[in-house]
Design a protein around this ligand. Structure first.
Ligand code: TYD
Length: 209
């Protein structure tokens, strides 16, 4: 059986990743594909435990390198336990955030360096790279306004960073997208959810054809 396609969805806070993944999952299933939608840490208990430490607002002493290593460790477990087996079985995997999140947040916004963070993630992923990455590009002012309007959403340690941090996250994503133009597609996330899904679908359909 041929390997499934690995598609990742990236973007800053409030960029609409969750809504997009729901729409794409539905469309892929309607088109006859077997789909697994997941998000790091993806319900894997070991990865969940690691992420609980990373995102705990009490952990104000967390060093930036520790943060990057913990994200990479949680990623590895989710990949080994859930993503790689699904891809092997020919399932299309849609994943909310992957290595590019670490490159933008820890590598660029936290200032650890995109190359340094890329290196620890290469160790973690053993060369398992997405076939396609959709980057939802949005001004952080708009994204933060959207998440503040959503009362059901829990506020984590990174959400409470200031606007300057989230601006750097966006700059980081734009640099990463420029670096990997053959893999990353940048989509304007300020448009309506239906328009974003429609544009994204064209790239996914081409990749699966
Ligand atoms: P997540 O739980 O995926 O929330 P959302 O995508 O809804 O914002 O991510 C939580 C936070 O973790 C988010 O602020 C982004 C951050 N993050 C990193 O800084 N590095 C990473 O490698 C990942 C996966 C997430």
């Amino acid at each position: 059986m041929s390997k499934g396609k690995f598609i990742t969805i990236e973007g800053g806070e409030g960029s609409g990743k969750t809504t997009l993944i729901e729409a794409l999952t539905k469309r892929l299933r309607e088109a006859g594909h077997e789909v697994m939608a997941t998000r790091e840490p993806g319900g894997i208990p070991i990865a969940e435990a690691i992420r609980a430490i990373v995102l705990d607002r009490e952990n104000t002493a967390m060093d930036a390198r520790t943060e990057a290593l913990l994200y990479a460790a949680a990623r590895r477990q989710h990949l080994a336990e859930k993503v790689m087996p699904a891809l092997q079985q020919g399932v299309t995997v849609l994943c909310d955030r992957f290595v590019d999140s670490s490159l933008a947040y820890q590598g660029y916004a936290r200032g650890l360096g995109i190359d340094a963070v890329g290196e620890i993630n290469r160790f973690a992923t053993e060369g398992c790279e997405p076939d396609l990455t959709i980057y939802l590009d949005l001004e952080p002012e708009i994204g933060l306004k959207r998440i503040r309007a959503n009362e059901a959403r829990e506020v984590n340690r990174l959400d409470v960073e200031g606007l300057a941090f989230h601006r750097r996250v966006r700059e980081g994503y734009l640099l990463v997208a420029e670096r990997y133009p053959e893999r990353i597609v940048k989509i304007d996330a300020s448009e309506k959810a239906e328009a974003v899904a429609e544009k994204t679908w064209a790239f996914i359909a081409a990749k699966l054809a």
